[in-house]
Design a protein around this ligand. Structure first.
Ligand SMILES: Cc1cc2nc3c(=O)[nH]c(=O)nc-3n(C[C@H](O)[C@H](O)[C@H](O)COP(=O)(O)OP(=O)(O)OC[C@H]3O[C@@H](n4cnc5c(N)ncnc54)[C@H](O)[C@@H]3O)c2cc1C
Length: 402
């Protein structure tokens, strides 16, 4: 008997959770399942800012996929998705082609192209393990070359973060705490290092409660981070950036500009002819593409709205909750049962400001300081437990006391 072939693209939060749930829900004879992913590991994207700052080794954020999937139920292919050909139900990978009966797209995000001159060529971004490691090593290289030079170039010790949203703020909070250690390593006086955040709006963390944003700004400033509000990035060069405030242009000499200003859903699906909204795939309440009922979408690639019609912000929580619905609906589809609608994900708000400080809104309560960090750790640990049980939790969990 020919079994229906389910193909899952991407093993981020959404894709891997769909795969793990499906391997529990479906019997071996019900379907053939294939998971396609760029790397042999899944990574916790919500910890990448720690990897980039050097406060967490990348191995702690990497989880070998073969250790969490049941290989008698799931074929795992390490390859890159190039395109989706809906007419023939085929996926073009770099090295082969796959046929699917049901498809789950979970290809995640990548930095948003903003059309700012020099941004693509000179800015660094934090989107996966390799880019996070590149940022860390680039900062260390610049500190080392400053220490080693006869004629000192202060711009090597200047780090500019473009964007004061969650990613920019979390990265700044981690990095400023790590600076004394990096300075010790390279014999540099820590007061010479300069970290600044450029933010286009009036306050950090747009969309967060005002009190939380104010707390975050005060925490970062008290540790020496400069925050430049209402600053519009105009140009990025290899040794400086130019920004505008109140109609005037300013420059900061730097070799390290990290762009955290925005991400967009992965464009690998763009030519598939699916209905898109805000560059994401439009889905119905069952997480099916509105244009093709053999394609489910999960996480960052899926455009979903809350009860007020506002777009639900892409977060790990959104991807994980949607994965549970997608897995259930894939099983239901194979068994000719009714599909289940995905309830709009209720978002809390959380931003860490280093390993000991943070801000959050949990169940309408504002949480500040170490309590917010604790919430994030509980959340991350719970995710590991869901994914790989006690074994994975004990291996990769964060049990550090604050
Ligand atoms: C630094 C940082 C900090 C964050 N902090 C938080 C936080 O604290 N809390 C929170 O909830 N969210 C946070 N987020 C957001 C969160 O990580 C994303 O919303 C979440 O990862 C989206 O999950 P996903 O499954 O849609 O995609 P992803 O987790 O991005 O997974 C997609 C996967 O697909 C793979 N892939 C991409 N293209 C291809 C291709 N062509 N072929 C094969 N494989 C491919 C990628 O390698 C990736 O692993 C953070 C994000 C970043 C970058």
């Amino acid at each position: 008997m020919i079994k229906p072939h389910i193909v899952i693209l991407g093993a981020g939060y959404g894709g891997i959770m769909t795969a793990v749930k499906l391997q529990k829900q479906l019997g071996k004879n019900e379907a053939e399942i294939t998971l396609v992913h760029k790397y042999d590991y899944h990574f916790q994207a919500s910890c990448l800012h720690e990897n980039a700052a050097g406060t967490r080794h990348q191995d702690r954020s990497k989880i070998k996929i073969k250790e969490i999937i049941n290989r008698s139920k799931i074929n795992f292919i390490i390859d890159e998705v190039v395109s989706i050909k809906r007419n023939s139900k085929k996926i073009k990978l770099k090295n082969k082609e796959l046929h699917y009966d049901l498809l789950v797209i979970g290809l995640g995000f990548e930095p948003r192209a903003e059309g700012i001159p020099g941004l693509d060529e000179h800015a660094y971004s934090i989107t996966d393990i390799n880019s996070a490691r590149f940022v860390r090593e680039h900062i260390e290289y610049n500190f080392a070359s400053y220490a080693n030079a006869e004629k000192k170039d202060e711009s090597k010790l200047s780090i500019v973060i473009g964007g004061g949203g969650i990613l920019g703020v979390e990265f700044a909070g981690e990095l400023i705490n790590q600076i004394p250690e990096i300075c010790r390593e390279f014999d540099i006086e820590k007061t010479q290092v300069h970290i600044s955040i450029l933010e286009e709006s009036k306050s950090l963390l747009p969309g967060f409660d005002e009190k939380l944003a104010h707390y975050a700004a005060t925490s970062l400033q008290s540790r020496g981070v400069e925050i430049i509000h209402q600053a519009k990035l105009k140009e990025c060069q290899d040794n400086k950036i130019i920004y505008e405030t109140e109609g005037k242009n300013h420059k900061i000499c730097t070799h390290t500009f990290i762009w955290t200003g925005g991400v967009q859903a992965n464009p690998a699906f763009e030519k598939a002819g699916l209905a898109l909204k805000n560059k994401k795939i439009e889905v119905d309440p069952n997480m099916l593409s509105t244009k093709d009922d053999s394609i489910f979408v999960v996480g960052e690639c899926a455009y979903t709205a809350d009860e007020h019609g506002e777009e639900v912000l892409p977060t790990a929580k959104k991807a994980i909750e949607e994965a549970a619905v997608v897995a259930k609906n894939v099983s239901s589809r194979l068994r000719n049962k009714e599909l289940t609608a995905c309830q709009p994900v209720k978002q809390g708000m959380l931003a860490t400001l280093g390993q000991e400080d943070g801000v959050a809104v949990i169940k309408n309560r504002k949480v500040f300081g170490w309590r917010a960090v604790l919430v994030k750790r509980i959340y991350d640990n719970h995710y590991l437990f869901q994914l790989g049980g006690w074994q994975l939790l004990l291996k990769k969990g964060n049990f550090h006391l604050l």
